[in-house]
Ligand binder design. Structure first.
Ligand code: FDA
Length: 582
């Protein structure tokens, strides 16, 4: 039987697999990516692309391509609640960084802007870049099984065009094969939760809805009509794919009864029901049934098999976290694979992948499922849950217009219930606050500052080891750069300032002794980079002559508040610990 050799076999070409392949190829690691079908995603699926993901894509050199194709943030921003698109509007929520206060927080937090890029457009960007940088991509190729030995993994794959099987022998295997992951199953990774919590339908269609939507531009239009609470994601949804002509409806079904027969006639009737106008011409382009899941893996790795994306965290699309988290998993994993494969780091570094990412996966699975439940108070405030009589439901919805104390109370209740959905549609903290604890983070002895404000809603930068490097604009001559641009690029970076010469010398010693790529960056008046706004000085939480060491994923691995006669020893010790050498 034929055997193909590579360093890393990536199973799956969705956001997790494609981003893994892209990062590996960017770092020069030979990799083969196999994917079961003959094409990339052919339906929109994921779309909300958050700031942290955009920072990752910026570091991997594809941010501009994504931005060029994406619907920009200002057009994402009015989450609309209505009885149908042509019907009555019940309220709006400024979303996805479009509330003026949240917008300021977004601008301060990152050099990158959130945007909306449907998955069928995102995947080609990632995969094209991966392939152009060296990834060997095999379509029509299905992973079947694997075996591990001390020095590698051998996977059995099937060429679905030829109908035969062959082996791929790799040093590591990345299972990025989605929500029905066979790799996770074969690796026996322990999972918590369950699949199939509720049933949902996607109906993708073309229709010119400019008249109904362009005056209240949004990515999501929620339809709170009688019947919309059955299964699915808690309400009927009309989602913009491309403004304002390509759309997707998400509609629930009763799991026990099974998915309905997805005929074109049925699909059209659901779409027209949510649009509230059956004279609007609609062209159905695809339909599919899926389930809402609530499941996460407790550990992401079994020796040389490491899993990422929906394979290890399965949840509904609420909060738009799935593809984002998948891409961020890949970014965490790829540099570790690179350093272990080239011998710079010990294999123990790979243990930190699961330690750092599994808590994030669990958090987003819980958050996304909680968000579904948090739609119920909106229905309650409308009085839709109080009766099963449709006529009475509509009378209850109308009751909020009455000039009575009850009407006022209902109006207040509805405003509050819609405002509380901020935890789904503007959860900047959920998107940006990951702080890692693992053996690849060197504690500096300071107590955990926790979060001064709600950690789900507000991004709170920190330089305590484990946190992501805070963003600040600094300048070099006429050029403006983010601190995040100075780090990343597959290497370690040491940030210091005036008087930090001992750290520059320490970095030179670390490069020599450990053979790592380590850049030094000095920020301050007269240094290579200047901090004209004083933002960096406010954010860095160390003195001018202190040091911050970022890992290749721009998370802080080590910090020291000031100069030190032991700088060389401290830095080398820290890098050795991060690399798993003790
Ligand atoms: P994904 O399922 O995308 O890819 C798996 C890959 O593995 C595919 O290429 C498949 O062909 C391949 N594969 C599977 N088995 C294989 C085998 N045995 N051998 C070879 N290849 C195999 N997320 C988000 O971040 N923002 C959002 O706005 C939304 N919105 C959203 C809306 C809707 C309606 C849905 C259904 C989902 C979302 N999501 C989302 C979630 C998002 O789609 C999901 O989290 C990502 O696609 C997960 O990416 P993965 O790469 O992990 O799996």
């Amino acid at each position: 039987m034929e055997t193909v050799e590579t360093d890393v076999l990536v199973v799956g070409s969705g956001p997790a697999g494609a981003a893994t392949a892209l990062a590996l190829s960017t770092y020069g690691v030979p990799n083969v990516m196999v994917t079961r079908y003959g094409s990339l995603a052919d339906t929109p699926r994921a779309h909300i692309t958050n700031q942290r993901t955009m920072e990752v894509l910026r570091d991997l050199g594809v941010e501009d391509q994504v931005t060029a194709q994406a619907t920009p943030q200002p057009l994402m921003g009015n989450t609309v609640f209505c009885t149908s698109l042509a019907g009555e509007e019940l309220g709006r929520l400024r979303s996805w960084g479009n509330d003026p206060l949240v917008q300021a927080a977004h601008e301060l937090a990152s050099p990158s802007r959130m945007c909306d890029l449907p998955q069928h457009l995102m995947e080609p960007v990632l995969v094209n870049a991966a392939v152009s940088r060296g990834t060997a991509l095999r379509f029509h190729t299905e992973y079947l099984s694997h075996e591990q030995s001390d020095d590698g993994v051998t996977a059995l794959v099937e060429d679905r065009l030829r109908g035969d099987t062959y082996r791929v022998r790799a040093r590591y295997l990345v299972g990025a094969d989605g929500g029905r992951s066979r790799v996770v199953e074969n690796a026996g990774l322990p999972t918590v939760g369950r699949m199939g919590v509720a049933g949902s339908l996607n109906i993708v269609f073309e229709a010119d809805l400019t008249e109904l939507t362009a005056h209240r531009p949004s990515t999501l239009y929620w339809v709170l009509a009688p019947g919309a609470t059955v299964g699915g994601i808690g309400a009927g949804l009309v989602r913009c794919v491309r403004p304002w002509t390509e759309w997707m409806v998400v509609w629930g079904y009763d799991l026990e009864a099974g998915p309905p027969d997805l005929t074109e006639e049925f699909a059209r009737s659901v779409v027209h029901r949510l649009l509230g106008d059956d004279t609007i011409p609609v062209r159905i382009t695809s339909t599919s049934a899926w389930t809402v899941n609530h499941l996460y893996a407790e550990t992401y790795a079994d020796r040389r098999v490491l899993c990422a994306g929906d394979a290890v965290h399965r949840h509904p699309p609420s909060n738009g976290l799935g593809s984002n988290t998948s891409i961020q998993d890949a970014y965490n994993l790829a540099w570790k694979l690179k350093l272990v494969l080239d011998g710079t780091a010990a294999p123990a570094l790979l243990d930190t992948y699961s330690a750092e990412r599994a808590p994030v996966g669990r958090q987003i699975v819980e958050r996304a499922n909680r968000s579904i439940g948090e739609t119920a108070p909106v229905f309650e405030a409308l009085g839709v849950l109080a009766t099963s009589d449709t006529e009475q439901m509509w009378r209850n919805v109308d009751a909020r217009k009455a000039a009575t104390p009850e009407g006022a109370k209902q109006r207040q209740g509805l405003r509050e219930a819609i405002a509380a959905k901020v935890y789904e549609f503007n959860a900047h903290g959920v998107e940006m606050n990951q702080r890692y604890v693992s053996d690849a983070i060197v504690p500096d002895g300071t107590p955990d500052p926790g979060f001064g404000r709600d950690p789900e809603l507000y991004h709170q930068p920190s330089t305590r080891p484990g946190a992501k490097l805070p963003h600040a604009w600094v300048v070099r001559g006429r050029e403006r750069l983010s601190t995040l641009d100075l780090g990343g690029h597959g290497r370690f970076t040491l940030f210091t300032g005036i008087g930090g010469d001992c750290w520059e010398e320490a970095a030179a010693a670390a490069r020599k002794e450990l053979g790592i790529q380590l850049r030094t960056v000095s920020i301050g008046p007269g240094q290579e980079y200047e901090d004209p706004y004083g933002d960096w000085a406010r954010l860095r939480e160390i003195g001018d002559c202190g040091a911050l060491l970022t890992r290749p994923d721009n998370h802080i691995g080590f910090r020291h508040p000031e100069m030190s006669p032991r700088a060389g020893k401290l830095l080398i010790g820290a890098v050795r610990k991060i690399l798993g050498h003790g």
